[in-house]
Each structure stands twice: as structure tokens, then as C-alpha cells.
Design a protein around this ligand. Structure first.
Ligand code: FRU
Length: 515
């Protein structure tokens, strides 16, 4: 395998202080000490994946290996701010109950001195192969490298899924590329393929680079191809790519990625960065041809860096995203932790509509406490509201409205005093609004109202998140919420007219993350 030193002078100057095993142990020890002193768990999720202390961003290396789901994630154990990236690790046998594992990767080796950035995992010959970006911060900017960084793709291998041996760098950046990260690896037509997010230094355009290998360990990085490039001159980087087949046709591909730099346009692209997809055709050796243009995958305030993986029986494609957004205030930092992931979701694609739908993974019925509460059919009077739950921190509500017989200007659900999910009949949009001026977190996200008569809102609420699945995944909203103590009542409401609630069900959800 090719092993490359990033920049010779930095590599020579660098002398690792400790072994990788020592750095991993130090990270876990520091995290444990900070967890013990953590006092306020008001927003710490009951059933979403979050670091038990420290900072989390992207999900990484999602894979089912020996009947266990492995979720790795960008992790900084030493504070609740982003810092030198480690890979945290959580596992599950059923996608419902999760166990924290020891930190899997710590930066500081010659191949990843300043960070183990995002990447993916595959299994081969009963081993787990993790591809990730070795990140370096260089001393001084240059005209062709104003950000003074170096990034290349590295490999780490494990036989037990818990302990990883770093095998070093396997893919260097092609000439003219500095930002070059987040490898996603897959197998197709007898070979391994890797796609990486990139930005070319000459034009500053976001794009994806493609490499191939026949044995996972040897990648001839002198042979590469630009798989796709942005047509929007404002888009300077594409991060966190995924490239996968839906259904039986090998040539029909979804390209999922995070373009940076798209300008907000009316109701679209309101978040700092986007995460979305294109549908098209690709076969090894051929070009990528776009069939459906870029579309945001989620309509909420907080959804980024999503990555897909296959279910244990290899029948369903699942997806997890980071339930946060870069540069958004994160009030839980005060409590010593920050960041969480979305629920695991199933992906469904319809070729006729070009729509990629996300639904809660079917395993999630296992989150429900035994008692179900019926929401009876009711017509809410003009300017009235009705309480569904008093003060619940973790619940699921699945409720249907008749949009044709509802006359209100605005109707839907209030979650405490600061969050509302409602139909706005004036703009004909479904809106998720949050209002936290105290945290500089206010504003709404919305989608077009579905054209169906019945509007089904399937909602998961945890201590600091809401996820809404509209009409079987026609749209989804993922957003962080930060309710005050005692401000968690769930109410139905109708303003200036009536709301026709067809009915629904509610469940309290269990706490399923083991510490
Ligand atoms: C996306 C990202 C990745 C990078 C990682 C660093 O959120 O910027 O491109 O690998 O985060 O933490």
C-alpha cells in the first residue's frame, strides 16, 4: 500500500507524543470525567444518539458488521466545541437500543496529525475497513492554499469492530486540490470505488472526485476522474458525498451530498449549508448523467452530512444525518455536550416522481412504551386549542387532519410556547417555526402543502429535537428545539376558523441509550 507523508517538513517535525492506544484511552478518560461533572441533562436526548459529553458532528462509517450496527461520528471529547476530530462510536443490534463504545480513532499519527475527518466503512472478508480523511493544519497560507490545510484519505481496519489498526494514507489529493475529504467507498462490478468531496483551487468549485481499487488497500491515485461538478458558481465545496443504487437497477444512482455556498432563494436553501440529492445514471467507466436536479432532502433547520447504509438483511437502505447545522447556536454546550443524530430512517425512491422519501425505520416501533393514547376525531372550534400531552419529554404522535374541511387560517400543533407546526392556509405551506430569541435561534422552515385531502403528520419529539414525517415521507423536517423547564405541553390549535382532526395515536417513548 502506498503510504504518503503529507508535507515532508511537517511530517519530519511531527513526533507523536503517545501511541494511538494511549490517545484513545486519554480521550475516554477525559470524557468520563466530564460526564461525571455534568449537571444539567434537560436537553440530553432519551433516544437519539448524542455524545455523552463533548462535541459531535457528522455520522461516519455507518455499517452493519457481524449483526451489529456501528455508528461512528465526528467527535471532540475534550470540550463541547469542535476541535481535533476523533471518531466516537455507538453500536446497536436493533436500531433502537444503543451502547456507547470506546473512542475508535484519535488523531495525532503521521497520517492524521490534526484530525480524523469524516468517512465511511465497508466490510470485506469478515473485516471492517474504515476510510477517513487525515487532516493537517499547516503553518502558513500560500496563494494556492490560503486555508493552509492538507487532506488525504486514510484507511483503518478492524477484526472485532471495536479496535482499529491504522494503515495510513491511501489516496493523496490530485494536483490542484486542497480541500479533499469525506471518502465514501462501495463495491460495484467487481471493483471498489471511492468518491470524495472536493474544491478545486483554480476555480473554487464544489465537485466530486472518483477513484478505484481492486483490493481496498491499493488505490492508484494517479488515476482519477471528476465525477460531478457544480453548475452554481457560488458553490465552493461539496462535502460528505454518498453515491448509491436504489432498487434493482445498477445504473440508477442517487448522489447525496452537501453543497456549500448556495444562496437562499425564497423558501429554499434557508440553512447555512444544504444537504440534498440528485438522481441520475452511472455505471463504472461511464459518465454521470443527471436525471433530476438537486433537491434538499429535509426541510428542517438542522439536517446535514447524512450518510446511508444497508439494513442487516441487506434489503433496505437506511440513512442517518447530523441533526444540527454549522454556525447555528447550540445551547446545550453550556451543559458540556453538543450535537445529536437524526433517527435512523428508511429511504424510498420513486422513479416517476424523482422523489427520495425518508420514513422512520420500521424498527422504531420498539421505542414505544406499551400504552397507546388515541387522539379522537374532533373539530376544533374557531380560535380554540386542546391539550394532548401535559409535560412529556419523549413521545411520538401520528395525527391526521382533513385539509378540505378545515377552515382555519392557521392550524396544527403547538409544542410549548416556542415551537409550532402548522398549516398556513394563506401561503398554502406547512410550517415549522421555532422562537428562541434568548439563544439567537428563531425563524421558520416550510414546505409546499401536499395536495392530498388528508394531511398526516408523524412527529417524534425528544428532549431537544423534533422530526416530522409528512404524508409518508413526502417531506420531512428535522430541527433542534430547546424548551424551558415545564414548557413542553403539546396542544392542537386553530386560529380564525376550524381544524378538522381526523384522529391519530400517541406514544410515550422509552429511553434507549445506555451510558
Ligand atoms: C462536514 C465536515 C466534513 C469534515 C468534517 C469535519 O460537516 O465539514 O467535510 O470531514 O465535517 O469535522
Amino acid at each position: 500500500m502506498a503510504s504518503h507523508s503529507p508535507v515532508t517538513q511537517d511530517a519530519q517535525r511531527y513526533r507523536p507524543r503517545d501511541t494511538h492506544a494511549e490517545r484513545l484511552a486519554a480521550a475516554d478518560k477525559a470524557a468520563l470525567a466530564r460526564w461525571n461533572s455534568a449537571t444539567n441533562t434537560a436537553w440530553y436526548p432519551d433516544y437519539h444518539l448524542a455524545p455523552f459529553t463533548g462535541w459531535m458532528n457528522d455520522p461516519n462509517g455507518l455499517v452493519c458488521f457481524r449483526d451489529r450496527y456501528h455508528v461512528f461520528y465526528q467527535y471532540h471529547p475534550y470540550s463541547s466545541d469542535w476541535g481535533p476530530m476523533h471518531w466516537g462510536h455507538i453500536t446497536s443490534e436493533d436500531l433502537v437500543h444503543w451502547q456507547h463504545q470506546p473512542t475508535a480513532l484519535a488523531p495525532g499519527d503521521a497520517c492524521d496529525r490534526d484530525g480524523c475527518f469524516s468517512g465511511s466503512a465497508v466490510t470485506c472478508d469478515d473485516k471492517l475497513y474504515m476510510f477517513y480523511t487525515g487532516h493537517f493544519v499547516l503553518d502558513a497560507p500560500t496563494p494556492s492554499n490560503p486555508d493552509a490545510i492538507y487532506e488525504h484519505q486514510c484507511l483503518a481496519v478492524s477484526s472485532d469492530g471495536i479496535h482499529f489498526e491504522k494503515l495510513g494514507a491511501v489516496v493523496r489529493p490530485p494536483p490542484g486540490y486542497v480541500h479533499f475529504r469525506d471518502p465514501k467507498v462501495w463495491f460495484q462490478e467487481g471493483r471498489w470505488w471511492m468518491v470524495c468531496g472536493a474544491r478545486d483551487s483554480a476555480k473554487d468549485l464544489g465537485q466530486l472526485l472518483l477513484f478505484t481499487s481492486d483490493d481496498l488497500e491499493h488505490w492508484d491515485d494517479s488515476v482519477w476522474q471528476v465525477l460531478a461538478v457544480t453548475e452554481d458558481k457560488n458553490v465552493f465545496m461539496w462535502e460528505c458525498p454518498d453515491f448509491f443504487t436504489m432498487g434493482r437497477r445498477e445504473d440508477l444512482k442517487i448522489l447525496l451530498f452537501c453543497p456549500q455556498g448556495i444562496r437562499a432563494n425564497e423558501y429554499d436553501y434557508r440553512n447555512r449549508f444544504q444537504n440534498g440529492y440528485m438522481a441520475g445514471h452511472w455505471l463504472p467507466g461511464g459518465p454521470w448523467t443527471v436525471q433530476r436536479e438537486f433537491r434538499e432532502l429535509d426541510r428542517g433547520h438542522d439536517f446535514y452530512a447524512a450518510q446511508t447504509f444497508m439494513s442487516a438483511d441487506n434489503q433496505r437502505r437506511l440513512i442517518l444525518g447530523w441533526l444540527d447545522m454549522w454556525e447555528s447556536p447550540m445551547p446545550s454546550k453550556e451543559h458540556g455536550w453538543c450535537g445529536c443524530l437524526t433517527l435512523p430512517r428508511e429511504l424510498h425512491y420513486s422513479e416517476s416522481t424523482g422523489l427520495l422519501r425518508m420514513l422512520p425505520a420500521r424498527e422504531l416501533v420498539g421505542l414505544r412504551a406499551p400504552e397507546v393514547t388515541m387522539v379522537p376525531g374532533v373539530v376544533l372550534d374557531d380560535n380554540s386549542d386542546a391539550q394532548l400531552l401535559a409535560d412529556c419529554t419523549a413521545y411520538e404522535v401520528d395525527i391526521t387532519f382533513n385539509t378540505e374541511t378545515s377552515t382555519a387560517e392557521k392550524y396544527g400543533l403547538w409544542l410549548g410556547a416556542e415551537v409550532e407546526l402548522f398549516v398556513d392556509t394563506q401561503s398554502n405551506r406547512l410550517v415549522l417555526n421555532r422562537h428562541y430569541p434568548q439563544y439567537m435561534l428563531s425563524g421558520y422552515r416550510s414546505c409546499e402543502m401536499p395536495t392530498t385531502v388528508l394531511l398526516r403528520l408523524h412527529v417524534y419529539v425528544d428532549r431537544s429535537s423534533i422530526e416530522v414525517f409528512v404524508n409518508d415521507g413526502e417531506a420531512t423536517f428535522s430541527s433542534r428545539i430547546f424548551p424551558d423547564e415545564g414548557d413542553r405541553a403539546l396542544r392542537l390549535f386553530a386560529i380564525n376558523g376550524t381544524a378538522d382532526v381526523v384522529g391519530g395515536n400517541m406514544w410515550k417513548l422509552k429511553a434507549t441509550i445506555e451510558h
